[in-house]
Write a protein that binds this ligand. Structure first.
Ligand code: NAD
Length: 448
């Protein structure tokens, strides 16, 4: 279902009318294309006080943007606030960004680099936590399709003791058109070193070359977009969906040069059949299949409850356990699951769905560190907000319109926005990104 309002505000009379009425002014977002893979302008690198990490400039250079310390119209601004450890130090954050924030180009990016709030220094913890409120507020007021995020670099409290090197893939993603619908997010990196068992990247334009990726629920919607973006990044893709969706699945797989695997993910032998379809193992496993069976709890029969928990959560837990145990997910592998804003904020009529999606968040946070230690595998989740798919097209008009506008970018996201986030988790150099839940929601007001 097309967003007609976004189209209307893109025309001069529409813009005039909606401004006069005080209605939201969504800016058209620029997504990644082969012809325009980068933001259009330089990257302004600023520091609040003294930095507590090394390697920031090197990590920023991997963004493909021209890094400068002075720019009239930057496409991106990165503020290194890793050294901010006192309330007074927050003045440096204001002093650095206040003079330049207006000069940011439309559709621009602001990334604040911070560090993990300390459990044993409450002044440092206060100052670093303050950055979260700062970033979330700036995301809400910046407008014009621009986004603002906080990236926490681990171990940055000891000057010279931490490096921004591990932040490379994260900065590349956030400072590019690929993260168009991600705003107001806090990403906490781990200090993990790259897994020595994982194969090196031979082609930076296709970093997943040589890796096999399996995507569940890939016949349509977000899953089909994930399959497409992973194929673009060089992966051999296996697209899985229920046998009832075989025709649509085969069409999607053919279009992408992927292999179709018609299989109900809740089948007792699902993990075995996945392993059989990937004899060389899986480098990427994306749990995307999901269903809704909405009813208020008082009206919800047990079967509606059970089917949602089974598809959205239990089958994810079961297949993950079995595929990890069998060694099907290779070292350096990536598991990405799909949560939802409903799992964070809750939603009327969705006790079953929200429970299943909150369960995904629990799974990712608990398993991430252990899967990395035991198998060299990271486990992360995307939490989509309002994404334009068949699932949301079925939502009644007024609720749909509210869902679309109630975020800082005043519009719904596209399946590709979720897919780009999945692809960032899947990058071979995203080893330090683990146990994270990234909201792809345009900074939804729900659960904010
Ligand atoms: P969709 O309904 O368009 O696609 C889901 C796919 O999963 C379908 O092709 C379906 O056949 C498949 N599927 C369902 N049960 C399956 C099973 N047992 N085994 C294998 N495949 C199965 O939905 P979508 O909007 O593309 O959503 C994809 C994921 O994103 C879901 O997990 C959903 O909960 C989540 N999500 C979507 C939104 C949104 O706004 N669209 C928001 C938050 C989260």
């Amino acid at each position: 279902m097309a967003d007609r309002y976004l189209h209307l505000t893109g025309t001069a009379p529409g813009r005039f009318l909606t401004r006069r009425l005080g209605l939201p002014q969504p800016a058209p977002l620029r997504r990644w294309t082969l012809e325009t893979p980068h933001l259009d302008g330089p990257l302004l690198h600023l520091t609040a006080g003294a930095s507590a990490v090394t390697g920031v400039a090197e990590a920023l250079r991997t963004s493909g943007l021209t890094v400068t310390e002075r720019a009239d119209r930057p496409a991106a601004i990165v503020l290194d606030a890793t050294g901010v450890a006192t309330a007074a130090g927050l003045g440096d954050v204001h002093a650095a960004l206040h003079p330049v924030v207006r000069s940011l180009a439309p559709g621009g990016r602001i990334v604040v680099l911070g560090t993990v709030p300390s459990p044993d220094d409450h002044h440092q913890a206060a100052a670093q936590q303050a950055l979260e409120g700062f970033v979330r507020s700036l995301g809400k007021e910046i407008g014009r399709g621009s986004t603002v995020q906080l990236v926490r670099i681990p171990g940055a409290r000891i000057p010279g003791g931490a490096s921004a090197h591990a932040a490379g893939s994260t900065l590349r993603f956030l400072l590019s058109p690929r993260s168009a619908y991600v705003s107001g997010q806090v990403i906490e990196l781990t200090s993990a070193a790259p897994d020595p068992g994982s194969a090196p990247v031979t082609d930076p334009a296709a970093p997943l070359t040589g890796r096999t990726a399996l995507v569940t629920g890939a016949a349509r919607g977000i899953g089909a977009a994930v399959a497409s973006v992973l194929a673009r990044d060089g992966a051999r893709v296996i697209a899985l969906d229920v046998p009832g969706a075989r025709e649509e699945l085969e069409r999607t797989a053919d279009r992408l040069g992927a292999t179709a695997l018609p299989l109900d993910i809740t089948a007792p032998d699902a993990a075995d059949r996945i392993a059989a379809a990937a004899p060389d193992g899986l480098g990427v496993l994306v749990h995307n299949a999901g269903i809704t069976r909405d009813r208020r709890l008082a009206n919800m029969p047990a079967d509606r409850w059970a089917s949602v928990i089974e598809v959205n959560l239990d089958s994810v837990l079961r297949t993950t356990d079995e595929l990890l145990k069998a060694g099907t997910i290779t070292r350096g592998g990536r598991i990405v699951a799909t949560a939802s804003i409903a799992g964070i904020a809750g939603n009327t009529g969705q006790t079953n769905y929200a429970a299943s999606k909150a369960g995904i968040i629990g799974l990712v946070r608990s398993l991430g560190p252990r899967a990395a230690a035991e198998h060299g595998v990271t486990v992360n989740a995307v939490a989509p907000g309002f994404i334009e798919t068949k699932m949301t097209a079925a939502v009644p008009l007024f609720i749909r319109e509210a869902g679309r506008r109630m975020n800082s970018l005043s519009q719904g996201g596209l399946p590709v926005d979720v897919a780009e986030a999945v692809a960032w988790f899947a990058q071979p150099d995203s080893t330090a990104v683990n146990g994270q839940v990234l909201r792809v929601c345009g900074q939804s007001l729900l659960g904010a």
